[in-house]
Design a protein around this ligand. Structure first.
Ligand SMILES: [Zn+2]
Length: 175
């Protein structure tokens, strides 16, 4: 999984560097400590990075490769914005770069799109088909599970799509 993501990232990176030489000094790296987001960009260090932990726990997230590709482009849009427009953050010039890279600018991935290790929660209960997270919790009690079933049903989800994911390993936990 890591190799696959890295290859994808290297491919995107070299294409972008050919097209936009101002970002040639920028590099890609893995970050082992980053836990609450999937990716990050640093203008000071001139790098974009992905969280190894977030990749690990999201490897079973639906459309993982499509989503990770969008995350990588999202981070590169920060680099391009910085180098070409002097912009930083998710402002108008960043949005322009997102559009140029073919990504809808409103699709800014946040912790609601990816599982993340929030508040030291051990588990996430989500709809495994859509990736929608119902709850993050330290413990999955029967009542919490029932609440998740209800929440999922209100969003039009099927009960059999509900899954519990370990936020340590990314494994699906049997119930
Ligand atoms: Zn961003």
């Amino acid at each position: 999984m890591f190799k696959q993501v890295e290859n994808l990232c290297n491919e995107i990176t070299s294409e972008l560097k050919d097209q936009y030489p101002a970002i040639r000094a920028w590099t890609f790296k893995w970050n082992d400590r980053l836990r609450t987001v999937m990716g990050r960009a640093s203008a000071r260090g001139k790098y974009i990075e992905l969280s190894t932990h977030s990749v690990r726990i999201n490897r079973n997230t639906p459309d993982f490769i499509t989503r990770i590709k969008e995350t990588i482009l999202h981070e590169w849009a920060h680099a391009l914005d910085w180098e070409y427009d002097g912009g930083w953050g998710h402002g108008a010039t960043w949005k322009k770069w997102m559009q140029r890279l073919g990504i809808p600018p409103e699709r800014c991935f946040s912790s609601t799109r990816w599982l993340c290790a929030l508040n030291k929660a051990h588990y996430a209960i989500r709809n495994g088909r859509t990736g929608n997270v119902m709850f993050y919790s330290n413990k999955v009690s029967p009542s919490l599970f029932l609440e998740a079933v209800e929440k999922n049903a209100k969003q039009g989800g099927e009960m059999e799509d509900i899954e519990i994911i370990s936020l340590k390993t990314g494994d699906k936990i049997g119930r």
